[in-house]
Design a protein around this ligand. Sequence first.
Ligand SMILES: C[C@@](CO)(OP(=O)(O)O)[C@H](O)COP(=O)(O)OP(=O)(O)OC[C@H]1O[C@@H](n2ccc(N)nc2=O)[C@H](O)[C@@H]1O
Ligand SMILES: Nc1ncnc2c1ncn2[C@@H]1O[C@H](COP(=O)(O)OP(=O)(O)O)[C@@H](O)[C@H]1O
Length: 310
Amino acid sequence: MAQQRVIATAPGKINCYFRVGPPREDGYHEVASLYVAVSLTEQIEATLRTDGELQLSLEPDSPVVHDPENFPLGEGNLVYQAAQLLREHTGTTLGADLHITKRVPIAGGMGGGSADAAATLVACNELWQTHLDREELGRLGARLGADVPFALMGGAAIGLGIGDQLAPLLTRAKTHWVLIPASYGLSTPRVYGMLDRLRSGMDIEVPKEIDPAVIEALMASDAPALAQVLANDLTQASLALAPELGTMRDLAEGAGALRAMVSGSGPTLALLVRDGEHAEEVMAQLGDEVGVATIDVTAPAAGARITLSE
Ligand SMILES: C[C@@](CO)(OP(=O)(O)O)[C@H](O)COP(=O)(O)OP(=O)(O)OC[C@H]1O[C@@H](n2ccc(N)nc2=O)[C@H](O)[C@@H]1O
Ligand SMILES: Nc1ncnc2c1ncn2[C@@H]1O[C@H](COP(=O)(O)OP(=O)(O)O)[C@@H](O)[C@H]1O
């Protein structure tokens, strides 16, 4: 018997360490990623439809900048694609109204679309009682996007392959971050493409591991040490496409952040701070002197999970 209504959430992410290899023939790149899930989450409310339709809607109060082009409420949306993939895989003919509360910046380098896909898989699997286990959901998720398996898992994890081969880091050590979302998005394939152009003629190796100093600092919640070793190979490419990010990064460090880094492919900036109090100081300074909006988050946060099922 199907459920009537299910709510699931899934987290956005920051890559504390991100190395990128040369392009493969299929256009993807092998990476070595240290993911942490953050307390900024997406929510999907799935309500049963017995007519087999999938209908998407966006919570009007969602605090994101969106337009129908970067956030289509139809087949182009990862929420639709995740529900449809689950239906194809399991053969269920049931449908759903899928109401999205979006908090993670769109095309911001924080894996918001992946979080939506992960929350949808978990919500619809429960709504339709299709009984796939986490491993099967992870395999389906990887077909939707490289970051979807991590949004399902949450916490902190090393990602190899295209970022989908995960090894969890068993830690609850907390880190505090301040996010500066941009008013625009950056296309992930364009950023990878720019990186390839910037590297043309260079001999690039496939990354195989995470710098142990990053893992050590993260697991010890040692923010000053972590600030020294954060790394993101996509930074140069994101800055080439959005030079103003460099200025904002300098302003953020000037406002007292231990370190400001581009999150994934950007353009969101993730500022590492010592603790909640330090986060407030940096946010106040950035608000007063630079006039930018910020969001404070902590990591690690739980992966995709059901918060209501009835
Ligand atoms: C860069 C990262 C860092 O975590 O995330 P974002 O910062 O965009 O959130 C990821 O590698 C993005 O993951 P995700 O956004 O899920 O990627 P996908 O939808 O699978 O792929 C979008 C496009 O990005 C490029 N891509 C993605 C992953 C990868 N390892 N190599 C790639 O070259 C490919 O051009 C692909 O067609
Ligand atoms: N549910 C969704 N949320 C966000 N973006 C989506 C979604 N479905 C499709 N997209 C498309 O995927 C692209 C990347 O989305 P997103 O995951 O937010 O960015 P990023 O890969 O930088 O973390 C966007 O340009 C958007 O057009």
